[in-house]
Write a protein that binds this ligand. Structure first.
Ligand code: C2O
Ligand code: CU
Length: 666
């Protein structure tokens, strides 16, 4: 069973244990002596099974069971022993207070374990443990108070219940102390086992993200880390102006939706360049009240150009502008999007593609963007009003005529917040690049679907065959994009769904076993200067000053997640663990990471350099990167709603400061 499955099974068993103990307690309290022994035996059995599921889950890693081993199981086992000792001999006695209370207490203990898992998760400290024990103690006392009159024991029982009531109050106070302890601020910086550095946040800045020590602190402000003013020798300048504006757009279906656009287009204008060019983009905001920035997703621009509001710049308010400049130094498929209130902004349409063509070899001097022979289509995949479309939502996907033999490249970009399953039918193809980086000797694929993480990109190539080709999102045959080898269909005509094959049963490509190995500048066996672990989950956490049921990293929500501190040149290991029930597409700004292993297995195919990788429930990913791009960087889940609800943190280079307040998760 997968770890994700085990997590779900363990939770189910935990709930069953609580239910069984509660059932036994209720039956005992009601004086129904017949079902009590049965429920008691069932509760015991499920409790043993629970111990088994926790032990099995521990095999996947300590992160998955820490709070279960240190809090939930000790509580459950102690309460079970008490129930066996106190209720065991009295199963036949109707309404025995000792039996009733001990059975209920076992139920409380089981429930407390579930609450700790769902609200606290990893890591649970002594404060949370104390709170859980106190909760069970208080509930047990209250039950004793209520159950004592069941037996007509008179004064003795009342005195006992009063004593226990006092005990319960004490336990409650202890619990509050525990909660307070749990909410105490932890250090703001995680040095990952490396030196903490002179620029680390002073202790009174515990709630501040990043090593943001303010404008007066010594160091380099992130705002000074800007792109060059001129292209590389031989390169040109690619100038764009993008104006963000709220509008309404008519979808291909005829429905009108509210949208936020760059230059009135959905998606925004494609930005293209050739290696060596300077890209200069002027962002203007006409009327997006919440503000806009441009983030160059996957493109490792200088930190001051990264578009992280509150960290590298202030969001551009209506009427304002910001000029971004960076060198197009790496070819490949990337994208841009707003980073201010991005969960809303990107969904509404504030995004577009960024494609950099390789510099044609052997050609010196100024170049125009290379026009590759053949068909080169950039296809952002986005969902508008429930329809997942390729490119422009106002036009039917339709069909295109392509002469057989034409080399075709499809650049797929998932601009949604959830993974997209994509299928190319009608031709064998290769995935030649992932997240902008070429894969090593990619195999030919036929009848294999692709799972594209939110924010991720795949470049597909094939030669146009003699028959039709269809690209599908999910199994949406009516919305397929079709390439036709002849003049049978008119451009723009809606394809007949019946003519598009079903791909729902296709297996999904495992990218970690695709292509052939190649040399990498470092491996998982080397020494790391810093090691960080990010455990992703949901839980009760302070976010925006209020306790929320947030998406958490190491039990905390942005901005209280500890900042990862590195030094330029460090080799950094990052372990990302998903304890929850949702997929988290993890995305680090400013760096691409090399995948070292997924669930303990190193990739057997091409090296994988990704900027966004899907950490599914139960997954453990080990990735590494060289800290070669000084700055302050967002490191977050690219399900942008999750990021907005806390699942984000900062990666800070020692000595870099920000004049801003640190920003917000989304
Ligand atoms: Cu594409 Cu911080 O995100
Ligand atoms: Cu997420």
């Amino acid at each position: 069973m997968s770890t994700g499955g085990l997590i779900a099974l363990d939770l189910t068993v935990a709930i069953a244990a609580a239910a069984a103990w509660l059932g036994a307690g209720v039956a005992a309290a009601a004086g129904r002596t017949r079902p009590v022994p049965v429920l008691f035996a069932a509760a015991l059995l499920v409790t043993f099974v629970r111990i088994g599921t926790v032990v099995t889950l521990a095999g996947s890693g300590w992160w998955f069971v820490q709070e279960k081993v240190t809090v939930a199981l000790p509580l459950l086992v102690a309460a079970t022993i008490a129930a066996v000792a106190l209720a065991g001999p009295r199963l036949g006695a109707p309404r025995s207070p000792a039996a009733v209370v001990s059975l209920f207490t076992a139920a409380y203990a089981a429930a407390a374990g579930i609450i700790v898992t769902l609200l606290v998760g990893y890591p649970a400290g002594p404060g949370e443990a104390l709170a859980a024990f106190a909760f069970v103690g208080a509930a047990a006392s209250a039950t004793w108070w209520a159950a004592a009159p069941l037996a007509a024991a008179g004064g003795r029982a009342r005195r006992a219940s009063q004593r226990l009531g006092l005990g319960g109050t004490g336990a409650g106070a202890l619990g509050l102390a525990g909660i307070a302890l749990a909410l105490l601020p932890a250090g703001a910086v995680d040095a990952g086992g490396g030196p903490t550095g002179a620029a680390a946040a002073p202790p009174d800045h515990h709630a501040r993200p990043a090593t943001s020590t303010g404008p007066d602190a010594a160091g380099t402000p992130v705002t000074a880390l800007r792109g060059p003013a001129a292209p590389a020798p031989g390169g040109g300048v690619r100038r764009y102006t993008l104006t963000a504006r709220a509008t309404t757009v008519t979808l291909a279906s005829g429905r009108r939706i509210a949208a936020w656009t760059f230059n009135g287009r959905l998606p925004g204008p494609p930005i293209t360049a050739t290696q060596g060019d300077l890209v200069e983009v002027t962002l203007r905001n006409a009327d997006i009240e919440s503000g806009v920035t441009l983030h160059w997703h996957g493109y490792d621009v200088p930190a001051g150009e990264d578009g992280a509001p509150g960290l590298t710049q202030d969001a551009v308010a209506p009427g304002g502008r910001f000029v971004y400049r960076f060198l197009a130094d790496r070819p490949g498929t990337y994208w841009y999007h707003t980073h201010e209130a991005s969960a809303v902004g990107v969904r509404m349409g504030l995004y577009g593609s960024l494609v950099v063509a390789p510099r044609p070899t052997g050609r010196a001097g100024p170049t125009r963007p290379a026009r590759p022979a053949g068909l080169d289509l950039t296809l952002p995949v986005h969902t508008y009003g429930g329809d997942t479309v390729f490119g422009d939502p106002s036009r039917a996907p339709g069909s295109r005529r392509v002469a057989p033999g034409t080399p075709v490249r499809l650049r797929l970009i998932n601009t949604d917040s959830v993974p997209r399953r994509l299928a190319l039918a009608g031709t064998p193809y290769r995935v030649v690049a992932a997240d902008g980086t070429d894969l090593s000797r990619p195999d030919r694929l036929t009848g294999v679907a692709l799972g594209l993480p939110a924010g991720g990109r795949y470049d597909l190539v094939f030669d146009m065959p003699a028959g039709p080709v269809a690209l599908l999102a999910g199994d949406d045959r009516a919305g397929a994009l079709r390439l036709l080898p002849d003049g049978a269909a008119l451009d723009g005509a809606a394809p007949a769904a019946a003519a598009v094959p079903r791909t729902g049963g296709w297996r999904e490509l495992d990218l970690t076993r695709y292509g052939r190995p190649a040399a990498t500048p470092f491996t998982g066996r080397g020494r790391f200067d810093r090691r960080f672990t990010l455990v992703l989950d949901r839980g009760l956490a302070l976010s925006g000053g209020l306790p929320r049921y947030a998406y958490t990293v190491n039990g905390r929500a942005f901005p209280r997640v500890r900042t990862e501190l590195v030094r330029a040149g460090d080799l950094v290991l990052m372990t990302v663990v998903n304890r929850g029930f949702a997929t988290h597409p993890w995305h680090l700004h400013g760096h691409r990471v090399l995948i070292l292993s997924k669930n303990g297995r190193a990739p057997t195919g091409s090296p994988l350099w990704l900027d966004t990788f899907d950490v599914r429930p139960g997954d453990v990913w080990r990735v590494a990167f060289r800290a070669g791009n000084p700055g302050l960087w967002m490191n977050h889940c690219h399900n942008l709603g999750h990021a907005a609800q806390g699942m984000a943190l900062h990666l800070a280079y020692e000595g870099i400061t920000t004049p801003y307040d640190g920003g917000h998760g989304g």
